[in-house]
Design a protein around this ligand. Structure first.
Ligand SMILES: Nc1ncnc2c1ncn2[C@@H]1O[C@H](COP(=O)(O)OP(=O)(O)OP(=O)(O)O)[C@@H](O)[C@H]1O
Length: 412
């Protein structure tokens, strides 16, 4: 019997050693797990040394508050005694891995830590719209990120605006953008205007028939950001007039479509000061007005992204980074440097804490096939047939206004 379980584990792609460790402690009663964790504290000398009466040394170990055994993981919550350096606990993560298998997370800051041991790692998988579409149903502007050990990871961009995607070359950024935008286009027909800028000219040609505009030159993008700024003013006026704070509060038929501006390889724009200023303005005030950014680049250092803009990109997806310093630039900590080169599509997803995710794999031919039924029927900006009376961004830009002066000075 034991042999066939191991064989099944191997067939399922699970490292056999990890599986054995998992099955061993899955069947252990809670007191035995407590004893085992206490033993690890002793072996790792994770304790505060105190002087007792008559100079006798007393060792104070962390206190185990809770042990929970779930279907897919084991959790142990413990509190450090005052004076024990939390870094010492983090350094000994390997001890917990040896005991509970390699898929261990140790989360905590100063005093209370949660050790979570999972039975499985996240594995690569293919994009499947049937499943993903069902998961994100009901979200206004869904971003489907991938799978973590907790299950599918997705969120509503109207609640968490502006996404920053970063990672070294070949780590999975373009595939992630492809799958994120495909999901959006398939689920938000009639309430999304998508603008894509791809100065590398490598990825967004795919969306040419689906997005409202695909730009490959900085000056085209500049013109579009000026239009978006003008549109934001128009939306601001509308909200003022209606006494509302967010376009989501408008009645559905009056509600402007969400605008998403996705830019691949932002580093190529670093010398375009005016353009970057426009992007920063969108990041600062876009949320309530329904205007959102997805920016992708290899390294979001100060050279490329001004601090204010970076702070407004509140959600982060960090694929493999070459070292801890680079990882810190993107997510403020080193975990993206622990992703191996072979782990394509693996990233640190940072939103209300962080976790590792595996993005779904979607190649260009399949993305094309998925997008085929969603091609825009008309030329750029000629509206949709959703019954919504709000003018499209490009129609609105045709109205005379004070920005026409700005448009005139652009280098076309
Ligand atoms: N989610 C994934 N699952 C499996 N394989 C993936 C995944 N994402 C990327 N890959 C593999 O990695 C390769 C490189 O991915 P991708 O082109 O997205 O990298 P990138 O970060 O955009 O690189 P660059 O910055 O050079 O454009 C893909 O061609 C694919 O083979």
């Amino acid at each position: 019997m034991a042999i066939s379980i191991l064989a099944a584990a191997k067939l399922a792609g699970i490292a056999a050693s990890s599986y054995v460790v998992w099955t061993t402690w899955r069947t252990m009663p809670e007191p035995a797990i407590r004893r085992k964790v206490r033993k690890l504290f002793q072996d790792g000398e994770l304790c505060k040394k105190l002087k007792g009466r008559k100079g006798k040394e007393i060792l104070k170990f962390p206190l185990i508050n809770r042990v929970s055994i779930y279907q897919d993981c084991l959790q142990v919550v413990f509190t450090l005694p005052d004076g024990l350096d939390p870094a010492a606990v983090r350094k000994k993560e390997w001890l917990f891995q040896q005991a509970f298998g390699e898929h261990v997370d140790l989360a905590g800051t100063a005093k209370t830590f949660t050790l979570t041991a999972y039975n499985l790692d996240v594995v690569q998988y293919d994009y499947d719209f049937e499943t993903i579409g069902a998961r994100v149903e009901g979200l206004r502007l869904p971003i489907y990120v991938g799978r973590s050990r907790h299950g599918d990871e997705f969120y509503d961009m109207t609640e968490h605006p502006h996404l920053l995607i970063a990672g070294e070359t070949g780590s999975g950024k373009s595939v992630a953008l492809r799958s994120i935008l495909t999901t959006m286009l398939k689920t938000c027909a009639g309430r999304l205007q998508l603008f894509c800028a791809d100065l590398k000219r490598s990825e967004f040609h795919l969306f040419r028939d689906n997005a409202d505009q695909v730009m490959i030159e900085a000056h085209e993008l500049h013109k579009t950001t000026l239009r978006i700024r003008k549109e934001m003013r128009r939306r601001g006026d509308l909200l003022d007039k209606e006494g509302l704070a967010n376009i989501n509060d408008l009645p559905e038929l009056q509600r402007p479509p969400y605008i998403v501006l996705a830019i691949d390889e932002v580093a190529l724009l670093k010398k375009e000061k005016d353009l970057m200023d426009s992007i920063e303005e969108i990041s600062a005030i876009g949320r309530a007005l329904g205007v959102f950014l997805i920016l992708s680049m290899q390294r979001p250092d100060a050279d490329v992204l001004d601090g204010k803009l970076k702070n407004n990109l509140t959600v982060r997806l960090a694929f493999r980074h070459s070292d801890e310093i680079n990882s810190r630039i993107t997510i403020g900590s080193g975990e993206a440097a622990d992703i191996k080169q072979s782990q394509k599509g693996r990233a640190v997803f940072k939103l209300d804490g962080w976790r590792y995710v595996q993005g779904p794999y979607l190649d260009i031919p399949r993305a094309k096939a998925l997008l085929e039924p969603h091609k825009r029927p008309q030329a750029v900006g000629e509206g949709d047939n959703s019954g919504n009376s709000y003018p499209t961004l490009l129609e609105a830009a045709e109205e005379p206004g004070d920005d026409d002066i700005e448009f005139g000075v652009l280098p076309f």
